[in-house]
Design a protein around this ligand. Structure first.
Ligand code: HEM
Length: 414
């Protein structure tokens, strides 16, 4: 993953696209890894993405059958938040653990207690690895790959966190292999093993245990960090914009009251709540730069010649803040996603999940989680920013995803 730090960092220049011709640097940039996220476009990526999408659907993504799993997790989040009463607390571990449990229950077949030390360490490692992978030292690794093996500094720390994550995931995969019952697949890993066995005589098949490790790593990392950072941003924005929070509360009161459990069927009746989530996503662009592409032909775009073979890094952050597209783009205004009748409007330039063939594979899952968790938390709590605490920078911390800077919050029971 570190190989990509160069692209992601350079793409931060706030033009909508960043072009880079690999030969200009006099060294070869490594662009591919197994898995889905950084797999090169081709038959292996297609096979793996198709299988992963249909297996996620099998486990309820995009359908109501997944709702109970997400709702179950909400019970634990609320219990944790209630423990703090009127005191402020750090919401990061609670939200990360809860979001990760949704993907873990589908992919690994189990959820983890919020006190589970090994899992807590894993989530910390993951956030740290993402942060380190865009550390400016890491850029040098693209030029001198051997730096990665230095026995000190951020390289050593990155190696250690990568090793811990690898050990954790490989242990779970091995346990699945040893206890597999092909007639009763428990989760994504079991389905993958079964599919690999079915395909074992197919020479074109890319399904094997080594590849499975990368797919699970992608699901685990992409499925945790993105959605949890979006939810954390939502809580932060609600605490800093109480007038918006009041409107969300009013809509929830009208549609759900205090006791009705939120469901995707309520979405259509809650346009302001949805518009609020969308505006947080627009403002914060938790995946500010999407997956690098490569020009298959020389092309001219807006007067710029893009030579064949150029690496292109679409800058989603910049699209979301483009003053030619959005009125007052730096202001937080959920109503920009509503028409004069208060109904939700789709905006072409709203692309938090990217676009095209590599569009986010977890979009449906993320949208379900964001709506159900946000609506349910807002139904139960009023979020306040602690009075005497300094306001955090709203620019966030860049580390492959854009996370909010650390903050504490008060969750008052409604
Ligand atoms: C709010 C949450 C999320 C956001 C904002 C987000 C955003 C993105 C973006 C911008 C991309 C790159 C798309 C492109 O290059 O055009 C992407 C790719 C991807 N995302 Fe997400 N994502 C989220 C949640 C998830 C979840 C929950 C999963 C887990 C299932 C996931 C799995 C993936 C995968 C596997 C890819 C690579 C797709 C491919 O290359 O074919 N994402 N995501």
């Amino acid at each position: 993953m570190y190989c990509f730090s160069l692209f992601w960092l350079l793409g931060c220049s706030l033009s909508n696209y960043f072009f880079l011709k690999t030969e200009h640097f006099g060294f070869r940039l490594s662009l591919s890894l197994p898995g889905v996220i950084f797999a090169p476009y081709g038959p292996v990526w297609k096979q793996q993405r198709k299988f992963s999408l249909s297996t996620l659907r099998h486990f309820g993504v995009g359908r109501h059958s997944l709702e109970p799993k997400i709702i179950e997790e909400l019970k634990f989040i609320k219990e944790e938040m209630l423990k703090h009463g009127k005191d402020s607390f750090n919401p990061f571990p609670i939200i990360r653990n809860a979001v990760s449990n949704v993907i873990c229950s589908m992919a690994l077949g189990r959820r983890f207690n919020y006190e589970d030390v090994e899992f807590k360490t894993m989530l910390k490692n993951m956030a740290r690895a993402l942060e380190l992978s865009v550390n400016s030292y890491m850029i040098l690794v693209n030029i001198c790959p051997w730096l990665y093996y230095l026995p000190f500094g951020p390289f050593r720390e990155l190696r250690k966190t990568e090793l811990d994550i690898t050990t954790f995931l490989k242990k779970i995969i091995a346990q699945h292999r040893d206890t597999l019952d092909a007639a009763n697949p428990r989760d994504f890993i079991d389905m993958y093993f079964i599919h690999a066995e079915e395909e074992k005589n197919n020479k074109e098949s890319s399904f094997n245990e080594d590849y499975l490790f990368f797919i699970i790593g992608d699901l685990f990392i992409a499925g945790t960090d993105t959605t949890s950072n979006t939810l954390l941003w939502c809580l932060l924005y609600m605490s800093l914009y109480p007038e918006v929070q009041e409107k969300v509360h009013a809509e929830i009161e009208a549609v759900l009251g205090r006791d009705k459990v939120p469901s995707l069927t309520h979405k259509a009746q809650m346009p302001f709540t949805e518009a609020t989530i969308m505006e947080v996503q627009r403002m914060t662009a938790v995946v500010p730069l999407s997956i690098p592409r490569m020009a298959s032909e020389t092309a001219v775009l807006q007067g710029y010649t893009i030579p064949k073979g150029s690496v292109i890094v679409p800058n989603l952050w910049s699209v979301h803040r483009d003053p030619n597209i959005w009125e007052k783009p730096d202001e937080f205004q959920p109503s920009r996603f509503l028409d004069e009748n208060g109904q939700l409007i789709k905006k072409e330039a709203f692309i938090p999940f990217g676009m095209g063939k590599r569009v986010c594979m977890g979009e449906q899952l993320a949208k379900m989680e964001l709506f159900l968790i946000f609506a349910s938390l807002m139904q139960s709590f009023t979020f306040l920013y602690p009075e005497n605490a300094a306001k955090p920078s709203m620019e966030g911390r860049f580390g492959l995803t854009l996370a909010p800077c650390p903050f504490n919050i008060i969750a008052l029971k409604r």
